[in-house]
Structures are given as structure tokens and as C-alpha cells.
Design a protein around this ligand. Structure first.
Ligand code: IMP
Length: 426
């Protein structure tokens, strides 16, 4: 049976999607990134090495998979070229990488604006990755941005750049007191990028749909996560794309009817980088312990991640929005050694029980988590388990509680960082 699957983050990102995509890519023919940019950081451990991917789909680590960067992704060509070169240096071929001619570009001024806007927001900063993602998507919706196809057409590029260049320079110099950009330098730089990336650039919408018609198996690889979605997340503490299944359809050029299965990646606890509400955050030793043990530092920025208990209000909300069929539970091993483990199953707000995430940030900040407490398990017990039945009883109870509360079945459990540290549950 043909499979078109989507993999989506259910929390605030960093759920370990890279490893799950890498695992599921084995069975796929095509892996597609459809949104976000190099704000994402997917860590995959393979061939005894650690690979950090930002723009390139995790399927690149397999020789025979087609890897597509879809139209919904914003591309910083400098960063993409660097990533291609790094992979090639490690002996990983990028021959099977294809880039959408419709994808939007992250321009140098987007990065400066991201940085300066954050600085100006001061205490109210969003905690962005400063990769220019927000300003690039803002120009896309404002209909003034440049696209990948423009890099292959000098005249078109000149005309489009001319339309925005003066205005961007005015903002850079008058609002942020930065030095103005030089038209010629920008043009030269992007023509060079176009030259280098040309072999990879095609109409990926046709390629993907032809692949589907030919019966190929497709994996849509989400970056970021549901709670960072521009519409569904903790706005304004979100990213500027739609890291939810609806967003993948737009960003890949695939009709919703083709998606047959949605897999939600849930980390066994919760983390978030940047600011914004986080009801189950642990500001104590347990939080520090999880951060160190789970190596919870940003792949892209190196920032320490905020850590807390698993929040099933968040996961339930993600299951609802994305139509999640199955859950891949990651990093269960990180919780090993804790005597007691808590899971939030609802919020209490002004005496009422909330089972889904509220729109108002003020309400979210004032919510009190309603916890269920579980017995812990030891490091050795998790390490020794190679099958679901071998997991300690307390861990199984934890997993079954997640299933009961979210209505989605856990089918895969991550028990360590390596590719093979995975348990399949029926
Ligand atoms: P931006 O995407 O750089 O604009 O950042 C907006 C928010 O999304 C910030 O809180 C970032 O920390 C967060 N964010 C963006 N990409 C990722 C990711 O891949 N993992 C986790 N958080 C992310």
C-alpha cells in the first residue's frame, strides 16, 4: 500500500523529529521539508557521527531517497550552500536534493532586521533564532519578496530587488542606524548563489506529484511544532510559518486528500526555547537535571532550553489540529532515575478545568496544571529493554496514560540517542 505520511511536532519543537524522520525515511522514497527555514535544527546520529541539519531533509543520509525543499520553506542560500558543503565533506552525496523554484529567499537584510527588531523589543523580545525567518515571511505575505527562481534570472532579480532595495535601506539606516547595503554587491552575491544552486532547483510540485502518481512513498518532515504555529501556537511567541499538517500541504504543493497517516512526535517531557507561556515549566533542580541529561541546548543557537513535565493539554491540542493517528514518543530515557514523574492532564483556571490550550496568553500564564503522578524507572531498566514488553511497568503505565488522554496510539518509543535506540509497539 502506498503511504503518504506527515510527521509533525506536537510541542514547542525539539521533540527529536530528526531521529524519527531518519528512522521512517528507511521506508520512504521521498522526504519533503515544507515550511520554516534554517531556524530548524534536526540532529541525527548516524554512521558514528552527529549530523545537524537545518534546511536539508533528514532523508539525505540515505543514498536512494529523493529529498525536496518545498515552496513553503524560506531559504537562506548562504546557509544552504554551507550545509551542502558540510554534508559532501562527510561523504554524504547531495545529488538527490531538489529545491523548489517557488521557495522564498531569506535576504541579508532579513537577518539584520530580525536581530534589530528583537533588540528594539527589549524585555518584550520574542526570542527568535535571528535567522531572518519572520522578516522573510513578512515580505512574502506583503508580496515584496524575492524567490529562488529569481536567482536564475538576472533581469528579474534586478527588477525585484530594485522594488525593495531603497525601502529596506531607508529602514536599515534611518530606523536602525545601520550601514546601507550596496545594490551591486547583493546582486553579485545572489547571482553566485544561483549559479551554485542551479543544479538543485526545479519545479518540485510537479516532481512530488509525479512521484505520488508513480506510487512512491512520501514522508513530509515537519520543522518546529504545533505550539509554534502562527495560528495555533502561543502567538506572538511563535514562528512565522505553519508547522502543522495543513501548512505542509501548502508548503509542499500536495493535496490534503493524499495524506494517509499523520505521526505526532511527542517528547516524554516538554521543552521550549525563546519566550512565552509554559505552564509545566520546572524552574528547579529537576528541570536542570532534565536539561543536562537530555542535552537540551538549541541545535541552531546553542541556547539552553526551558524544561518541564509532559503537558498533555498541549499534546491533545496537537492531536486535534493535525489529526494525529500515531505518536512517536522520544527521549523516554531522559526521565530515568527520577523517583516520581508528573504529567499534566488538564489546566485549572478560575475553578474551571481546561482540556485544550487557551487562546489568551494571560489565561495560559495563570493556568495551574493538574498533575498525575507516576513512579519512576531506572536507567538500567530502560537500557535493557529492546521490546515493549521488556519496559518497566511504570514506563508502560506512563505510555498508556498518554494514549488514553490523547486518543492516539504510541507506536514508537525512543530510548536513547543512537539510530537503533528505538522500540516499536504493535
Ligand atoms: P523564529 O522562527 O526564528 O522567528 O523564532 C520564533 C520562535 O520559534 C522562537 O521562540 C524560537 O526559539 C522558536 N523556534 C524556531 N525554530 C525552532 C526550532 O526548530 N525548534 C524550537 N524552537 C524553534
Amino acid at each position: 500500500m502506498q503511504q503518504i505520511r506527515a510527521i509533525v511536532g506536537t510541542q514547542w519543537g525539539d521533540e527529536g523529529k530528526g531521529k524519527i524522520v531518519d528512522f521512517l525515511a528507511k521506508e520512504a522514497d521521498v522526504v519533503v521539508r515544507a515550511q520554516g527555514g534554517n531556524n530548524a535544527g534536526h540532529t541525527v546520529e548516524a554512521f558514528g557521527k552527529v549530523f545537524k541539519l537545518h534546511l536539508i531533509p533528514s532523508g539525505i543520509l540515505y543514498k536512494d531517497k529523493l529529498n525536496i525543499i518545498g515552496n513553503g520553506v524560506v531559504i537562506d542560500p548562504e546557509s544552504l550552500i554551507q550545509e551542502i558543503e558540510n554534508l559532501e565533506k562527510e561523504g554524504i552525496s547531495t545529488e538527490n536534493l531538489k529545491i523548489s523554484d517557488r521557495a522564498h529567499l531569506v535576504m541579508p537584510y532579513h537577518k539584520i532586521l530580525d536581530e534589530e527588531q528583537e533588540r528594539l523589543r527589549g524585555e518584550e523580545s520574542l526570542g527568535t533564532t535571528k535567522r531572518g525567518i519572520g522578516p522573510a515571511y513578512a515580505d512574502k505575505t506583503e508580496r515584496t519578496n524575492l524567490r529562488v527562481c529569481d536567482m536564475l534570472d538576472e533581469e528579474e532579480f534586478i527588477q525585484k530587488l530594485r522594488n525593495v532595495y531603497e525601502r529596506k535601506n531607508q529602514i536599515l539606516t534611518h530606523v536602525y542606524h545601520k550601514t546601507p547595503m550596496k545594490f551591486g554587491e547583493l546582486l553579485e552575491q545572489f547571482m553566485k548563489y544561483g549559479e551554485i544552486l542551479k543544479p538543485y532547483i526545479i519545479d518540485t510540485i510537479k516532481l512530488l506529484n509525479d512521484s505520488i502518481k508513480a506510487g512512491k512513498k512520501v514522508l513530509l518532515e515537519g520543522a518546529q511544532a504545533t505550539m509554534l504555529d502562527l495560528d495555533y501556537g502561543t502567538y506572538p511567541y511563535v514562528t512565522s510559518s505553519h508547522p502543522t499538517v495543513g501548512g505542509f500541504c501548502i508548503g509542499a504543493g500536495i493535496a490534503p486528500k493524499y495524506i494517509q497517516e499523520v505521526i505526532g512526535v511527542v517528547k516524554a517531557y516538554t521543552t521550549r526555547v525563546g519566550k512565552g507561556p509554559f505552564p509545566t515549566e520546572l524552574l528547579d533542580e529537576i528541570g536542570d537535571n532534565i536539561r543536562e541529561k537530555g542535552r537540551e541546548y538549541g541545535t541552531t543557537t546553542g541556547r539552553p532550553r526551558r524544561c518541564g513535565w509532559l503537558d498533555l493539554v498541549v499534546v491533545r491540542y496537537a492531536v486535534l489540529i493535525n489529526g494525529i493517528d500515531k505518536i512517536a514518543l522520544t527521549k523516554l530515557d531522559t526521565l530515568s532515575g527520577l523517583p516520581k514523574i508528573k504529567v499534566c492532564r488538564a489546566y485549572k483556571y478560575e475553578g474551571k478545568i481546561l482540556e485544550l490550550f487557551p487562546a489568551s496568553l494571560r489565561v495560559a500564564m495563570e493556568c495551574e496544571p493538574v498533575y498525575e503522578e507516576f513512579e519512576g524507572w531506572s536507567e538500567e531498566e530502560i537500557k535493557a529493554a529492546k521490546e515493549y514488553d521488556q519496559l518497566p511497568r511504570s514506563a508502560k503505565r506512563y505510555i498508556e496514560f498518554i494514549e488514553k488522554e490523547t486518543g492516539a496510539k504510541v507506536f514508537l518509543i525512543g530510548t536513547g540517542p543512537a539510530r537503533e535506540d528505538i522500540i516499536i509497539k504493535d
